[in-house]
Design a binder for this molecule. Structure first.
Ligand SMILES: NC(=O)c1ccc[n+]([C@@H]2O[C@H](COP(=O)([O-])OP(=O)(O)OC[C@H]3O[C@@H](n4cnc5c(N)ncnc54)[C@H](OP(=O)(O)O)[C@@H]3O)[C@@H](O)[C@H]2O)c1
Length: 384
């Protein structure tokens, strides 16, 4: 549980996961420094955060994560205003869709600048302060894509997210060597999340993203981030079924790769010519399209998934009970009769059973039949 007054710096706080994380911390009375490029959206988030809890405070600092000095300035703002940095969340990021030989090198480079260097600039600024104060939690938002699996058309992005996993691992090793045992570096790996991420992604496929696998709500990722801040862990995978994905990939890599390849090619992306080629928010702030949620209706889909799982569990349970309450009886004739064990077991004569067959056995119209079934004595004694 995080104490009110916890000082948290968040990059990418104007939209999606970063914005949800800001609001979640604010609801617990945190004091926030919020960064992204969209000044207006950021001010709006700061207002919402301040209103979320009597002790919550928030300051908006428009900044581009690719500017190392701006990230140092962010840490300085937190120190000047609140005196320390308890938690730093690097959530700023941008996607790039397109075949690796079709995405212009400039866009690949820019996406790596934002996703890798931008995160590293934030990490360096955070660690400088946290090492100085002897404690703190750095949380980098990577992705299951790149961190655990790969997918076609997302090569540049996945490579950047894989790089974060490596950089975080190295930072953890270096913190151990330097004896900074109370400074934690955590990597959060979400699977699909319902944010405006794909709306903001550069797209060189000319195909629209028409559907996505089961998506998590940004609030779910925010809860995972809060939990990680309170109980730091090296790697945290978030999303429906996402925790199984790395295991499945390790056990059957060809199968998982083939599944992702086919789903991406034939399911997630529309036909060629259904989307304009765009650089998304690689070079410009998201501005008016910044929002917590995207248009994937994750909350409704989550509710539908849960209802389906519940119904399936109910159906399986009902079948199980029904199966237990029936006994297959082999009569003297080759006919097999399923009976309900409303059948009374004849006391004193454990092999005789009075049964009411559910199917006709061809003796006129028998509603009650006496027969000598081959029921193992063991089962009979249990039933008694
Ligand atoms: N959505 C998913 O399915 C998913 C899955 C796994 C991981 N992730 C990761 O989660 C993180 C957040 O993404 P999201 O889904 O919340 O998408 P989003 O709604 O598009 O949010 C991206 C955030 O990053 C900020 N940003 C982008 N470029 C920036 C720059 N150069 N300098 C400063 N801020 C910048 C954006 O703000 P401005 O535009 O205002 O600068 C925005 O606040 C990303 O790292 C993404 O890779 C997302």
């Amino acid at each position: 549980m995080l104490a009110a007054g916890t000082v948290v710096v968040i990059t990418g706080a104007s939209s999606g996961i970063g914005r949800a994380v800001g609001l979640a911390f604010a609801h617990r009375g945190a004091r926030l420094v919020l960064a992204a490029r969209s000044a207006e959206a950021l001010s709006q988030v700061a207002r919402e955060c301040t209103a979320a809890h009597p002790q919550a405070e928030a300051v908006a600092v428009p900044a581009d994560v690719t500017d190392a000095d701006a990230m140092t300035g962010l840490a300085d703002t937190a120190l000047a205003r609140y005196g320390r940095v308890d938690v730093w969340v690097n959530a700023a990021g941008v996607g790039v869709l397109g075949r690796l030989d079709a995405v212009p090198p400039a866009d690949v480079l820019r996406s790596w600048e934002v996703n890798v260097l931008g995160t590293l600039h934030g990490a360096r600024a955070a660690l400088r302060v946290m090492r100085g104060q002897g404690r703190g939690v750095l949380i980098d938002v990577s992705s299951v894509l790149g961190g655990a699996v790969t997918a076609p058309y997302m090569g540049a992005y996945a490579a950047a997210k894989a790089a974060l996993v490596v950089l975080d691992e190295v930072m953890r090793q270096e913190l151990i060597i330097s004896g900074d045992h109370d400074v934690a570096v955590c990597t959060v790996l979400p699977a699909g999340v319902d944010t405006p991420f794909f709306q903001h992604s550069a797209n060189h496929t000319g195909r629209r993203v028409r559907t996505l696998p089961a998506v998590a709500t940004p609030e779910r990722v925010a809860r995972a981030v809060l939990h990680t801040a309170a109980r730091p862990r090296a790697r945290v995978v978030v999303g429906p079924g996402a925790r199984l994905l790395p295991w499945a990939h390790a056990l059957a890599p060809g199968l998982v790769r083939g599944l992702i390849r086919r789903r991406t090619e034939h399911g997630y992306l529309g036909a060629p010519g259904t989307a304009p080629v765009t650089t998304g928010t690689l070079y410009a702030p998201s501005g008016a399209t910044a929002a917590v949620s995207g248009d994937r209706h994750a909350a409704a889909r989550t509710a539908a998934r849960r209802a389906f799982a519940l119904a399936a569990a109910g159906a399986v349970g009902a079948r199980f009970i029904a199966a237990r309450s029936r006994t297959r009886v082999r009569t003297g004739s080759p006919t097999h009769v399923r009976i309900r064990p409303r059948a009374r077991v004849g006391i004193g004569s454990p092999t005789h059973v009075r049964i009411r067959p559910r199917v006709r056995v061809g003796i006129g119209s028998p509603t009650r039949v006496r027969m000598r079934p081959h029921i193992p004595a063991r089962r009979l004694s249990r039933r008694r």
